[in-house]
Design a binder for this molecule. Structure first.
Ligand code: GRF
Length: 203
């Protein structure tokens, strides 16, 4: 898999991908990491791994479509054929989705369709659910709404804080994202535009 990874901040999911590749557990290459924020710590993680980086700020573009066109241009030039949104805090448009049909993945820290959008872990605590988790899904035009590829459940403990719960979910995110990418790389999971998911084996 030739990956383009889009980030906005910490980049721990990016790190999980880089570590899995380095360990020979994921047959993929990260062709480019793009951040919409210049100071994103994830950019250092990419540089550390010798992966090309780019900063493309949404603030330098008049609208979402032209921002996405810049992303598509950079991703295409780098040779990416799959795109992973790994803590990328921007809503993407059909400009990106049409350039990579059924080839854009997102990782989200809840069991979708519960708790889409920001602060999913706080939403779970506020709602009092006993089980939450994380989801890897294909991205469509909505916010955290695309076809689900895989999920992992994480119990909410009685004395959980947002921070502790987020930490436990995050550990599962890293494993789940790598698991899905490895399944795609191995041909165990094939996805067809616009929304059909064909799993040859359960992932
Ligand atoms: C993760 O919780 C991810 O699910 C959400 O944003 C966070 C990104 O964390 N979309 P990181 O930048 O990968 O460390």
């Amino acid at each position: 898999l030739d990956l383009g990874v889009l980030i906005s901040g910490r980049g721990s999911n990016l790190q999980a991908i880089l570590d899995a590749i380095a360990a020979g557990k994921l047959d993929a290459r990260v062709r480019l990491v793009i951040s919409n924020r210049a100071g994103a710590p994830g950019l250092d993680r990419a540089r550390e791994a010798g992966v090309p980086t780019a900063v493309i700020s949404h603030k330098d573009h008049p609208d979402r479509a032209s921002f996405d066109a810049a992303l598509v241009g950079a991703l295409g030039q780098a040779g990416a054929s799959w795109v992973v949104l790994a803590g990328f805090m921007r809503i993407v448009t059909s400009v990106l989705l049409d350039a990579f049909p059924a080839r854009v993945l997102n990782i989200h820290p809840s069991l979708l369709p519960a708790f889409p959008g920001v602060s999913a872990q706080a939403q779970a605590l506020a709602h009092g659910v006993r089980i939450t988790g994380c989801t890897v899904h294909l991205v469509d035009a909505g916010t955290d709404t695309g076809p689900i590829l895989a999920q992992a459940a994480v119990p909410v403990l009685p004395d959980d804080t947002e921070e502790r719960l987020s930490e436990r979910i995050l550990a599962r995110e890293h494993a789940l994202l790598v698991h899905v990418l490895a399944a795609i790389a191995a041909g165990h999971l094939t996805v067809h535009p616009p929304t059909t998911v064909a799993a040859r084996a359960r992932v």
